[in-house]
Design a protein around this ligand. Structure first.
Ligand SMILES: Cc1cc2nc3c(=O)[nH]c(=O)nc-3n(C[C@H](O)[C@H](O)[C@H](O)COP(=O)(O)OP(=O)(O)OC[C@H]3O[C@@H](n4cnc5c(N)ncnc54)[C@H](O)[C@@H]3O)c2cc1C
Length: 386
């Protein structure tokens, strides 16, 4: 029997699959248990900023990122009327990659070893024993591991099984998403990187994905409605258009070019008091759900997996409780700061202020957060703990 740890990851989303790659790259035995019958992701774009892109590059995905995505450095910002908002340069000017989520999940899945991902495994039970953890699935199947990582998203079963609960508070914001074939959008050829319009309590984001063939949009508008935290609810295109009536032409034309949109309420949560028991821990949205205004949810999930890989690489079963506590100490503080920065960024984007000069002045605070988030090298930080 190998003396490397046997690790089980519950949840095969971006966070779980990236963690599996990082752990396997350091020689650990990993199995991912995913409830869906096959890889499943949203028809939407995701920004992978330098802090996470450098990690994916280290497990062999650099060329793929370069080829599949569109690249940008920083943001192009405007008021709702289209006046440019200036921003100070970011000290780290490595690119952000803008990717179709389905393409990212497929690639992460293809990169796994044979049989490393077990689809159709809906975890319902997590029981720690003296020397390991027993997982139970809805089918009645069971599995044993030395370490269990809950990467099962905002409604995490693993989180509840280790005695935690989160309390969502509505941000008073509804997010709409949609995809537009580029040929249908007159501004597509001029769109580089990530573009945002802000004002009157709203923001609107637009960026190319799939090598520029598709434009991804995300719109954030005020709401009194309670809504499910899932993207399954269809949105009303006329209501969405009315929210942005009179805005800069690309915003109005992007909404007019949509065939369909889906909407989701945005909820905020306080940091959890702990993430780990002796042999079970959490990562990604299960550990630090955050509002999406810094585009860092998936990026922080990827960082978590790489931190765990460094800390578990040479661990013996008896070392696991201390290593999981070290992981928690490293990541809980950092991700709490990112959660707070994401909250602040959302307030800044949505504020009523229409004065481009005033907005430009306030960009400094935003950009300083972008600096420390993008430059963070989680493998270096985790290695320093050993
Ligand atoms: C509007 C919006 C825009 C965003 N934009 C960005 C962005 O640009 N950049 C960025 O970095 N982040 C972004 N995010 C955040 C990002 O989408 C999430 O943080 C990220 O997907 C979390 O990944 P995860 O793997 O932790 O969880 P998930 O993606 O939710 O994956 C969890 C997985 O676990 C599985 N699962 C759940 N329960 C079980 C169970 N009991 N047993 C087995 N499997 C289970 C699920 O099926 C799923 O596959 C955005 C979010 C929103 C709402």
């Amino acid at each position: 029997m190998t003396d490397k740890l046997q690790i089980a990851i519950v949840g095969g989303g971006i966070g779980g699959l990236a963690a599996a790659l990082a752990l396997r790259a350091r020689g650990l035995n990993v199995t991912v248990f995913e409830r869906a019958a096959s890889p499943r992701e949203l028809g939407a774009g995701v920004s992978i900023h330098p802090n996470a892109a450098r990690l994916l590059g280290r497990v062999g995905l650099r060329d793929w990122l370069e080829n599949i995505s569109t690249r940008s450095v920083g943001l192009s910002l405007r008021t709702s009327r289209g006046e440019p908002v200036q921003r100070p340069p970011i000290s780290d000017d490595r690119p952000t990659y803008q990717i179709h989520r389905v393409e990212l999940l497929e690639r992460l899945n293809e990169a796994q070893a044979d049989a490393a991902v077990r689809y159709g495994h809906h975890c319902t039970g997590v029981r720690e024993t003296e020397d390991g953890v027993q997982l139970t699935f809805a089918s009645g199947a069971t599995a044993r591991a030395d370490v269990v990582i809950g990467a099962d998203g905002i409604h995490s079963v693993v989180q509840r099984k280790i005695g935690l609960a989160t309390h969502p508070t509505s941000e008073g914001i509804m997010a709409y998403r949609g995809l537009i074939p580029s040929e249908r959008f007159p501004w597509a050829k001029d769109l580089r990187g990530l573009n945002m319009w802000m004002g009157s309590g709203r923001s609107f984001i637009c960026f190319p994905i799939s090598q520029g063939r598709v434009i991804n949009i995300v719109a954030f508008v005020p709401t009194n409605l309670e809504s499910e935290e899932s993207w399954s609810a269809p949105g009303d295109l006329r209501e969405l258009a009315a929210e942005y009536d009179g805005w800069d032409a690309p915003v109005v034309e992007a909404i007019a070019a949509l065939d369909e949109t889906f909407r989701r309420g945005i909820y905020d949560r306080a940091p959890l008091p702990y993430w780990s028991t002796a042999r079970v821990t959490l990562l990604g949205d299960a550990a630090h759900p955050m509002v999406p205004h810094f585009g860092q949810g998936a990026g922080q999930a990827i960082e978590d997996g790489f931190a765990l890989a460094v800390l578990l690489e040479d661990a013996k079963p008896a070392d696991v409780p201390a290593r999981l506590k070290a992981y928690e100490r490293l990541r809980l503080g950092h991700t709490s700061r990112v959660q707070a920065a994401s909250r602040d960024a959302g307030r800044f984007y949505r504020s009523e202020n229409e004065d481009a000069a005033e907005r430009s002045r306030r960009m400094g605070k935003w950009m300083s957060a972008a600096g420390w988030i993008f430059q963070y090298d989680v493998e270096r930080e985790a290695t320093a703990l050993l």
